[in-house]
Design a protein around this ligand. Structure first.
Ligand SMILES: NC(=O)C1=CN([C@@H]2O[C@H](COP(=O)(O)OP(=O)(O)OC[C@H]3O[C@@H](n4cnc5c(N)ncnc54)[C@H](OP(=O)(O)O)[C@@H]3O)[C@@H](O)[C@H]2O)C=CC1
Length: 262
């Protein structure tokens, strides 16, 4: 397989992230690759194959492997033994493992293949080619695959990969934080829809300012803060040392958990 020429993509496990990858591959009307989907996740697989040209549902997981050059495994961790039981992966394939908590050594034992195995953390925003995908190890075909889908960040070892996995684990807390702010406003008698609208607007602004990479995150915070003002007050009274330490401890514990890979 030549670098950057992957044309046949197989996906075993067509749930949320499998769907996001298919949408990313077809983003902007791109039809440069053929996509082969596993039959499980039947409703999503059928919907994708109806919506997009060149996306087909296979009879079983072995057919997905046989038809693809690059195989993405996107089932839940607890389902991967069943999904891969008896599946033969020839050494000339490239396998991308997006399952959280399943290391490359464990996957190689399950698959008994000499094919290159690459771990990746695709994010839901990959569907619009708007997120950077962390990969380990760097591999030319996989790097150029994710580069095309929004950007790639290869890391040097699996320990570094686990650090990025832990960071990824903070994502839904962020939404819950915003929901908590909205609930607090509603408790003060503000209409929920007004609070919701305002919070979305406030934090969409944060999202936009993050794309300004000329300013560090500390600089962005400083630039949005009036000395002795309201933002400084909340930052120093709520996100104090104890709160910051609690977050650090939660991340440390998650990292320890992630380092005990299957
Ligand atoms: N969601 C996310 O943002 C991210 C998820 N991941 C990882 O991706 C993996 C999938 O997550 P997610 O998409 O959220 O999970 P989902 O539950 O949405 O999707 C998992 C899919 O796997 C299918 N499946 C189960 N068993 C088999 C099998 N034997 N053969 C083929 N397919 C099977 C399920 O089918 P059925 O519906 O029929 O049970 C389901 O469609 C996880 O390991 C997760 O850690 C990684 C990065 C981000």
């Amino acid at each position: 397989m030549e670098e950057g020429t992957v044309k046949r993509i197989g996906i075993i496990g067509v749930g949320e992230i499998g769907r996001a990858i298919v949408m990313s591959l077809r983003h902007g009307g791109d039809e440069s690759s053929e996509v082969f989907l596993s039959p499980r996740g039947a409703r999503t697989a059928a919907e994708l194959s109806e919506r997009y040209e060149g996306v087909r549902v296979c009879a079983d997981n072995q057919e997905v492997v046989d038809r693809s050059e690059l195989l993405i495994i996107a089932v839940r961790r607890q389902d991967h033994h069943e999904a891969l039981a008896g599946v033969r992966v020839d050494d000339d394939k490239v396998v991308v493992n997006v399952m959280a908590g399943v290391g490359n050594d464990g996957l190689r034992r399950s698959l008994a293949t000499g094919a290159p195995l690459v771990r990746a953390i695709p994010l839901p925003a990959i569907r619009e080619r708007r997120s950077v995908t962390v990969v380990y190890p760097s591999h030319p075909e996989v790097d150029s695959f994710f580069e095309r889908l929004g950007g790639v960040l290869p890391v040097v070892d699996e320990a570094a990969f686990d650090v990025f996995s832990a960071l990824t684990g903070t994502l839904t807390t962020h939404y819950t934080y915003l929901a908590t702010l909205t609930s607090w406003a509603a408790d003060q008698g503000i209409a929920s829809e007004d609070a919701d609208r305002y919070i979305r607007s406030l934090f969409q602004g944060v999202g936009r300012s993050l794309s300004d990479e000329t300013r560090s995150l500390h600089q962005l915070a400083a630039d949005h803060e009036t000395p002795n003002g309201n933002n400084e007050r909340i930052r120093t009274t709520w996100f104090d040392q104890a709160n910051s330490q609690a977050l650090t401890s939660a991340l440390d514990a998650l990292l320890t958990h992630l380092s005990h890979r299957t």
